[in-house]
Write a protein that binds this ligand. Structure first.
Ligand code: ADP
Length: 439
């Protein structure tokens, strides 16, 4: 099948979160399964032409290669995309986001003709690429070139809908696409409820017959402690000694006073209410008194930055926070932590818990969405009541389990065996594509 995969962020060109990881690793996995995939994404300021070996096709268009067999088109427009952020600044979203992503989508459609790439199907992701579906169903519908091209729409997070006045792009993507899916089976059920449907539960219920949940995977070519050049010492399940070199290094660079035997709790996350900040912050105010180290890397809402900064001052040497996007430090936190914190209020899939398992940092999660589908009592710590108290109890359970070194090592080794590679899920996507194409 010929597939055009459209996404507003793609590793390695630009990333704010899991969408970028998926938009890199899924096309690769699809290609390994014999599909012909082209990726299209905007070229932002951070997308360095030389670093990523991009070539200019013509004004406004660059060509790159994600891997053998998977090409990428980068839509260039300095005025619209040549900015520091992808979607906005800390003050909020860019005011012209509708114009920016409508432009991206229109160019993506025209590109098919220019490049003479007529896909069987366009795979759109989140509200930023939803206009493609709208345009194909309206303005371009009588153009013979585009006739019959099917669409699959993936919801990566229902919390971001692209609302501009009366227009709700996510909603239009859901309504107009041939097949809709989200990124884990549990989240696919949760979004049909009032609690997690973000006001679109009725719209989603109407499409229940063509709404699916496909669990994301991770790319072990990027996320593997045995081959990771961003960590201090590579290690594997068989040889965990070096994991503790990484822990010592993390303790040092974060100026923590915790001893090497004390549990080290790490977190790499957007700092938003979705990610559980409202219960985590008060919990940290207790955990800061424990014999443990805590390292947090992330960016997000200003109020959480302020509260975390206060905690880091209050528990100096115990809690270390870093407000930035830093790929290298993220890898070091996965490698150096014993326990990985992910108390998300809701989580469509979550990749960080899968990454942390591979790095032997046991995930501690709230039982929701993709976290419920990937973390159990067998490979981590789970709490089922969304409250500070339940979170603290789980943190205590994890820290006390960590004291029994032999038992802990067994747990870590078991966790590192978990396999969230893409092959199985990519095969499920192919089934969705076939469903869309065969009507
Ligand atoms: P989401 O997409 O909701 O932000 P995911 O768990 O699906 O959450 O994916 C998050 C991805 O972004 C992971 O690869 C994680 O390592 C990365 N990430 C998040 N925050 C940062 C940061 N501040 N610096 C580096 N990487 C980050």
């Amino acid at each position: 099948m010929k597939i055009l995969f459209c996404s507003s962020e793609v590793v390695p060109y630009a990333k704010t979160g899991g969408l970028a990881d998926v938009s890199h690793s899924l096309p690769l996995a699809l290609s390994r399964l014999g599909q012909q995939v082209e990726v299209v994404t905007p070229r932002y300021r951070q997308t360095d032409i030389r670093k990523f070996g991009l070539t200019k096709v013509k004004d406004g268009l660059y060509r790159g290669c994600l891997a053998q067999g998977v090409g990428a088109y980068l839509i260039d427009n300095k005025e619209l995309f040549g900015r520091q952020g992808l979607y906005g600044t800390r003050q909020g979203d860019y005011e012209d986001n509708l114009e920016r992503f409508s432009f991206f989508c229109r160019r993506s459609i025209e590109l098919m003709k220019e490049a003479d790439f007529r896909p069987d199907l366009v795979h759109c992701n989140d509200w930023q690429s939803a206009p493609i579906i709208i345009y194909l169903k309206s303005e371009y519908k009588n153009d013979p070139f585009y006739k019959g091209i099917k669409t699959v729409f993936t919801i990566h997070n229902l919390g971001f809908q692209g609302i501009f006045g009366d227009l709700n792009l996510l909603k239009d993507g859901i309504t107009l696409s041939d097949v809709v899916n989200t990124v884990s089976p549990t989240y696919a059920r949760e979004i049909l409820t009032k609690d997690l449907g973000f006001g679109l539960e009725d719209v989603l219920n109407k499409r229940k017959e063509s709404l699916f949940g496909v669990l994301n995977g991770i790319d072990y070519g990027i996320w593997d402690p045995a081959a990771d050049s961003l960590i201090v010492k590579k290690y594997s399940r068989q040889d965990l000694k070096n994991k503790y070199e990484n822990k010592r290094h993390l303790i040092k660079i974060c100026s923590l006073k915790a001893g090497a035997d004390a549990p080290l709790l790490g977190m790499v996350s957007r700092l938003t209410s979705q990610k559980g900040m409202d219960i985590l912050i008060p919990a940290l105010d207790e955990a800061g008194k424990w014999d443990a180290g805590i390292v947090i890397l992330g960016q997000g809402e200003a109020k959480y930055h302020g509260e975390l900064r206060k905690l880091a001052r209050k528990y100096k040497g115990k809690i270390s926070v870093h407000f930035k996007f830093d790929e290298s430090l993220a890898h070091k936190i996965y490698a150096g932590s014993d326990i990985f914190l992910m108390p998300s209020r809701y989580e469509p899939c979550g990749l960080s818990q899968m990454i942390s398992l591979k790095y032997g940092a046991m995930p501690l999660v709230f039982k929701t969405g993709g976290l419920a589908d990937t973390v159990t009592l067998e490979n981590g710590f789970v709490f089922v009541d969304y409250s500070k108290e339940a979170l603290l109890k789980a943190m205590l359970r994890a820290c006390s389990a960590h004291k029994d070194k032999d038992h802990w090592l067994t747990l870590v080794r078991k966790g590192m065996l978990c396999d969230f590679s893409w092959e199985k899920s990519a095969a499920e996507y192919i089934k969705l594509y076939q469903r869309a194409v065969n009507g």
